[in-house]
Design a protein around this ligand. Structure first.
Ligand SMILES: Nc1ncnc2c1ncn2[C@@H]1O[C@H](COP(=O)(O)OP(=O)(O)OP(=O)(O)O)[C@@H](O)[C@H]1O
Ligand SMILES: [Mg+2]
Length: 371
């Protein structure tokens, strides 16, 4: 079953929140789930409820460090690194050791495949392995993309975050070309969407429009919800902390979309949440006061696939026709790089000009990412 990298080099876009809550939603659908924290910040480990991540041994960093040195016979196994966290999820935790491990990997044999080799013996014991990547496109992130069958790309509904999307798609193209031709993009996930602001609505519309027909954008959008900050502090998933919240609904909907994407069906029997094993001391009980959420959490919206005409009407963006094969041959003969078809902005269209750059570079950075 799939290994899923939750990746975006942009920081703070919802990778960790998505890994934890998507994992919890898959588990609630009866799937066996393993979360791998691949960030020296250890945020996923903490958000899953593991206390004192700095004292954890072996962490993913310890295992990668040993792998980089050529694993000694008595090295701990990957199975020994799995912690059944208080949130009810199996987690391979991380801490600052991972930074040292990354340095160690630089000169190692098969340095891009170290994580893949580590995960191989344990992946078969789980239906889904979700890797929470760090905000970088360095060697660790490349290891995650090498180990993964597919990628979920959280993108905050914010103009600058949207700009970073091009970079991760380019990296995925490069990893496909050189390391992992089978790597899929399961989808781009719009996060922290605040539907009250026109800015967020424009970003959502631009991302959907820009990737239409090329890269899947999940119908599910995760809206801005303070409860998701509270759950991280409480060391619990939102499905556990406030199961009837729109945020929990969103992650359940995302899990269904992902399962459909990988051709998996929810198990008929919902998995019971096991009591935490005593090996990990649960964090102090969270503040029981009901969340005082100043941000209204409207119902989760499943955005329908917009008809091209409807989109055009809303955004004023008209896709330009692709060059004919003859045009391409002439360009190749002249040695001029084929100009990607540039979407044009219809005068008076609703799309603000700042989004033009994102759309116009589309063909160039999509590369082979569009599958
Ligand atoms: N939908 C949301 N609504 C409100 N806050 C959110 C939402 N999703 C995530 N957050 C909060 O935003 C912050 C960043 O989220 P998160 O840690 O998941 O991002 P990240 O991409 O993993 O960050 P990093 O790049 O540092 O690893 C956290 O405080 C998290 O609780
Ligand atoms: Mg994170």
């Amino acid at each position: 079953m799939p290994i899923v990298a939750v990746s975006n080099q942009k920081g703070g876009v919802g990778k960790t929140t998505t890994t934890l809550n998507l994992g919890a939603a898959l588990q609630a659908a009866g799937k066996r789930v393993l979360l791998v924290d691949l960030d020296p910040q250890g945020n996923l480990s903490v958000a899953a409820g593991i206390p004192d991540v700095d004292g954890v041994y072996p962490s993913i960093g310890d295992l990668l460090m040993l792998a980089a040195r050529g694993k000694p016979a008595k090295a701990p196994s990957i199975g020994g690194a799995v912690v059944h966290a208080p949130s009810g999820l199996d987690v391979i935790p991380s801490n600052g050791t991972l930074s040292a491990a990354e340095l160690g990997l630089v000169s190692a044999m098969n340095r891009e495949s170290a994580l893949r080799n580590l995960l191989q013996p344990i992946a078969a014991s789980y239906d889904y392995v979700l890797i929470d990547c760090l905000p970088s496109l360095g060697l660790l992130a490349i290891n995650a993309l090498r180990a993964a069958d597919g990628v979920v790309i959280p993108v905050q509904a914010d103009f600058l975050a949207m700009q970073g999307l091009a970079q991760i798609l380019e990296t995925i193209s490069a990893v496909r070309d050189q390391l992992n031709p089978e790597l899929s993009i399961y989808g781009v996930l719009l996060t922290m969407v605040d539907p009250r602001t026109s800015h967020a609505r424009e970003v959502v519309q631009t991302v959907r429009q820009g990737l239409q027909g090329e890269v899947n954008v999940f119908d599910t959008e995760v809206r801005l919800a303070v409860v998701l900050k509270e759950t991280a502090r409480a060391g619990r998933s939102v499905l556990d902390y406030d199961t009837s919240s729109p945020a929990a609904d969103a992650y359940r909907a995302l899990a269904r979309e992902l399962m459909a994407r990988v051709g998996d069906a929810p198990s008929t029997q919902t998995q019971k949440r096991e009591a935490p094993r005593p090996s990990v001391v649960p964090k102090p009980a969270p503040d029981p006061a009901p969340p005082n959420d100043p941000i209204p959490e409207p119902e989760v919206v499943l955005a329908p696939e917009a008809a091209p005409d409807a989109d055009m009407e809303r955004t004023g963006v008209v896709p330009a026709a692709a060059p004919s094969p003859q045009e391409e041959i002439v360009r190749a003969q002249n040695g001029t790089a084929a100009e990607p078809p540039q979407p044009k902005l219809v005068p008076g269209g609703a799309e603000p000009l700042e989004f033009e750059a994102f759309l116009s570079g589309r063909e160039a950075w999509l590369g082979s990412a569009s599958r």
